[in-house]
Design a protein around this ligand. Structure first.
Ligand SMILES: [Mg+2]
Length: 382
């Protein structure tokens, strides 16, 4: 089997009312569907969460030319070939060797995202070609995995404790664990939101905080002690974006609550340093943002060996098979508490992994088990 072409379908949908994390507005959903075609009529599908979409689509098309003619089962060869374009190589100056010139440093996030979308599609092809769902390709037999629901985004004009009703409704819908966005308000207001939410979700629900990098080390130690009485399961992305593993070590040594991190790391080499530091107890990676399923697997194997729990960021329909294959080494998959959070993801796929009763149930159809609803792809076309 040979790869013939890579196609990218950018999609966009307004979300009203807009909401916020501690760091950024969320007034739209977007997604790039990546299709890898082969000469045997099998197409695989991956997705990219990132932007600018035009640049990522252009990169995907360029990468499609680079990997045309390669065996789609060779996900390692393909990943390494594309990743090699990000560094100088003998004879590569100016692209004089027939390959693209070393890629611009400024485009690294988009390059990693495009590699990710293509790589996910290769796993879909591998499953379709062998007739196996991805979790069985990986050696997993669990056909459902634990999941939690994320919510509590800030909406202008809402009372600060509106999050309590929202997360309480997730529990009423069957979730056994919920994650609250926090970090945007004063520490006193955040403690009030967290107190109200714990009251609404009851004492038996796992309760995580998704902080989106609001604090320096000392402030975060103070915050961790302030919220300790509410039985918090993890603090996610607790420190400012520029702080490094050494800073997480200081926090971990002084926080009564375990840390989760790494959803914004681009590849295994920086995640390795967080894991090696001993500061994080849960490692989060995102195949759809950076580097794909293959890199997530590398990180997951490393984390397992180091005793750090695997907790992939979003895209449960893609990450749940990986969670299935890691047994007790994986914590679970992340879900949206409501389909309104990402209408595109909800509408363009039929089949595949789906939420029910606090768990993500996996499809036994080949690959990721999804059919593409092309009418929806057209409807959301960016
Ligand atoms: Mg997060």
């Amino acid at each position: 089997m040979k790869i013939t072409e890579v196609r990218a379908y950018p999609m966009f949908s307004k979300i009203d009312p807009p909401s916020w994390t501690a760091h950024e507005i969320s007034d739209s959903a977007s997604l790039i569907l990546i299709e890898v075609r082969t000469d045997e009529g099998i197409s695989g599908y991956g997705e990219v969460q990132g932007g600018p979409q035009k640049l990522i689509c252009d990169l995907a098309a360029t990468f499609g030319e680079v990997i045309a003619g390669m065996d789609p089962h060779g996900h390692i060869d393909i990943w390494e070939k594309l990743f090699s374009l990000t560094s100088p190589r003998p004879g590569g100056l100016g692209g004089w060797d027939g390959m693209p010139a070393p890629m611009p440093r400024t485009q690294r996030p988009q390059i990693m995202a495009a590699i990710g979308g293509i790589d996910i599609a290769l796993w879909d092809i591998k499953g379709k070609a062998t007739g196996l769902p991805v979790h069985k390709l990986l050696g997993g037999t669990a056909d459902s995995v634990f999941t939690y629901a994320t919510g509590g985004y800030y909406i202008e004009g809402n009372p600060i404790t509106a999050c309590a009703d929202e997360l309480g409704s997730f529990v009423a819908n069957g979730f056994k664990a919920v994650k609250l966005k926090c970090g945007a308000l004063s520490m006193a207001d955040e403690v009030e939101r967290i107190r109200a939410t714990r009251e609404a979700i009851g004492k038996d629900t796992l309760f995580m905080l998704d902080m989106n990098a609001p604090y320096g080390v000392d402030d975060c130690i103070q915050f961790a002690h302030a919220v300790e009485p509410f039985d918090i399961f993890w603090l996610e992305e607790p420190l400012h974006w520029h702080l490094q593993p050494a800073d997480f070590v200081t926090l971990a040594n002084n926080s009564p609550i375990p840390l989760a991190h790494c959803e914004r790391e681009w590849h295994r080499f920086t995640v390795r340093d967080f894991i090696d530091s001993g500061s994080i107890r849960y490692v989060q990676f995102d195949s759809t943002r950076h580097a794909g399923f293959t890199e997530s697997l590398r990180i997951a194997h490393y984390a397992e060996a180091r005793g750090v729990q695997i907790a992939p960021h979003t895209a449960a329909h893609i990450h749940a098979p990986l969670v299935s294959a890691f047994g007790d080494a994986a914590f679970g998959a992340e879900s949206h508490g409501s389909h309104e959070r990402h209408p595109i993801q909800h509408d363009i796929y039929s089949g595949g992994a789906h939420f029910r009763d606090g768990r993500v149930h996996l499809s036994n159809e080949p690959g990721f088990g999804v059919e593409i609803n092309w009418d929806a792809v057209e409807k959301y076309k960016a």
